[in-house]
Write a protein that binds this ligand. Sequence first.
Ligand code: C2E
Ligand code: MG
Ligand code: MG
Length: 640
Amino acid sequence: MRGEAVTKMARFAPGGRLSALAGYVWRGGRHKQDAAGVTRARARRKFSASRLIMLLALLAMGATLVSAGVGYGVAQQSDERMWSEQRGALRNAIGEFRALFGNNREIDPRFVRMVEQSARLQGLKFETEPSAGEREMQPVLDAQGRIAGFFTWERTRPMSAAMDGLMPYIAALALALVGFAGFSLAQLRRAGRDLTASEEQARRAADEDKLTGLPNHAKTLELLDLYLAEHAAHESTTFALVELDGMEDVTAHLGVLGSDELIVAVATRIREAVPAEAVVGRVGSDEFAVMLIAEDDVDVEPMIRAVLENIARPHWFDTVVRVSAHAGFAQAPRHATTRGELTRRAELALRAAAKKGPGSIVAFEAAIDTVSTDQKFIQRELPRALSANELELHYQPIVAAHGGRIVGVEALLRWTHPTRGAIGPAVFIPVAEQMGLMDTLGAFVLRRALQEAKRWPDLYVAVNLSPLQVRDRTIVDLVRSALEESGVPPSRLMLEITEGVLIDNPEEMVKRIEDLHDLGVRVALDDFGSGYSNLSYLQRFPLDKLKIDRSFVVALGTSANGGVIIQAIVALGRALGLSVLVEGVETEQQRVLLRLAGCDEMQGFLFAKPAPAATIDRLLAQQKQSSGAKALAAPATLTA
Ligand code: C2E
Ligand code: MG
Ligand code: MG
């Protein structure tokens, strides 16, 4: 099957095995597909029309010949019927007039005429001897039963004669139809050839990227299959992905047509930089693939470097445009043997190169793959974990900056896998979102947190909502029903959302937060400062609490301005009427500085690590005993 495909391609670009493939794919040209489509439709129409004409011609010819034959038959039959009627009439006449025959063998000519008329015969004669010619003959017996003589008459065939007259015309018509059918056959053949050619063209067009004329994504993968099947034992197939940097900016600058022109130019630059036997395909809007078979010991990185350098040279349009690219590659059989695995690994290498920045080239290596293997593992295991009760909640105390009393707890999801051990929420929650498991997971967290919060009537419980949950309108119903089921007053529930979710659809988010407020719950902005840190959010969204990200606390000790910034944010939050909490407080020094900065609440390992509900029970009991602040200043006792 594959071998066949190779031979087919080789026809288009004679030469070596791989140059045949390469030649096949580089044909360049915009709007080829449209043109091919039109040509093919026209060729199809022509073919159908020619076939119809030819069929009609054959039918007409058949009909003419058949009707000529039938006509002849009918004419002959009608002539024969006429003959037998004439004979019958003659015999009757003879019977009637028998008495008139004398022995003299003479017959009155008037009688002959009478018989001639009554039997409608032509040229009737009475003869005593049988005539030798072509004439019809009927013996006449006298009264004694002896032959008295013979009536003879001319045989007429009026119908057949009429048909004879038509014959030359019929023959001419049949001949004309034969000629026409022959002509139609020739037309049909030509139309068939055109159709095959245009279908071939259409097949090619379906394989090509419309803009650059390079093989498109599907074709590239098909060619990769061929390469993988073709490379010899001492050879490797390299599959490299080249991605342009910042094409959004280029499009914004040049417009869509300009960026199309750039893509075409880049395609040419890539082709120029690779050996003739390499295949270049366009596999995404700003992503290209380069495939090459080479000896195992050939280092392909210089080729890929040449590609990137060639792309980066200035492009002269109306204005000079520069565009950089990065590349990732994997090789078969070293990194993978199947198409799926090879492309996946090249993709991973490309992502790693994107992280490194413009101009980077990354060869696949096993280390890159661990994250995604984890992802696969999580995808497989998470649904099971949910039903097997492997997930539970830990709670991290939140303390008042003044006095250090525990005022609330943040519920944090924990997964302890039977063989892998603890898997962090930051790892598995995004996977749950991707898998559509967040509904189930989110409902589990909310219900469990509210159930367990019943044990701590003086504390509020903070529950994290993933962006997907916040975007979903039904979150309001979920929160309402979870509150009703647990009987926990809504004022004791704090929902934590992150900045990212506010950007996508601000109007809807304002509405969502208001709906949640209407239930009586409070809403905190989590991780403030880790993302966009847009101060305008604080004003725009009806928030209750600001949770300043741990990164600011880290900056407290390391950067000269760290203290100033955190002071400013705390002051701003308070000025806007928000309660300010700082996360990730780990040292006594940080605690003191933050307290001076004016924050309201703190959370961090200095006070307590997230722990099961039972530990919170114990901490609260301790707190009761030793009037608060001092006990909470010593993390060791709290986490024990
Ligand atoms: P987060 O909501 O900002 O939670 C605080 C994270 O900081 C927790 O990480 C906590 O263990 C950690 N942390 C607290 N104090 C300190 C400290 O002093 N130093 C350091 N280095 N870390 C501290 P964790 O539990 O790994 O959770 C990570 C993130 O996962 C959470 O960040 C939250 O965004 C998300 N998450 C956790 N549980 C849930 C959940 O039930 N639902 C949703 N949607 N997200 C959750
Ligand atoms: Mg949180
Ligand atoms: Mg946080």
